[in-house]
Design a protein around this ligand. Structure first.
Ligand SMILES: [Zn+2]
Length: 142
């Protein structure tokens, strides 16, 4: 599956100048750390949820791998001639992509007061959400 490494937890003020992908960052002596010249921050590449949570709790910028948009089923507008065929690979890429979006959402909302750690996956769930966006665990409102 073709993937890309995207930057998460970048401060909102830099949204427009953020290079967005790992390739846009300057390499450092550590292959898992790159430097963002726009934010003047080190970005940590995380392979696991444990690494992600550890760096997020330390307030670090994070990059994670997610399926490249080319791997996802094409969005179609209007009524297609033939039914849209979604391959098993595209289904897998979509599911992984949804989870990555949930992780981005969890990390972005972790700063809100009352955020709780999900008992199932450990990612933070803001008090205004009843359900964990990463693993769909039902916590109820905080
Ligand atoms: Zn969860």
């Amino acid at each position: 599956m073709r993937t890309e490494r995207t930057i998460r937890t970048c401060p909102v003020r830099m949204k427009f100048t953020c290079p967005r992908t790992w390739e846009g960052l300057q390499p450092t002596a550590n292959p898992d750390v790159r430097h963002c010249a726009h934010c003047n921050e080190d970005v940590h590449f995380c392979r696991t949820d444990e690494e992600t949570l550890r760096h997020a709790r330390a307030g670090h910028c994070i990059a994670r791998e997610e399926p490249h948009p080319d791997e996802l089923p094409n969005l179609m507008l209007g009524r297609p001639e033939a039914p849209l065929v979604i391959t098993p690979e595209q289904k897998k890429a979509s599911a992984r992509n949804v989870r990555e979006m949930g992780i981005t959402d969890a990390l972005d909302n972790a700063r809100f007061e009352g955020a709780r750690d999900c008992p199932r996956c450990g990612y933070p769930v803001p008090s205004f959400r009843k359900t964990c966006y990463v693993c769909a665990f039902e916590l109820g409102r905080g």
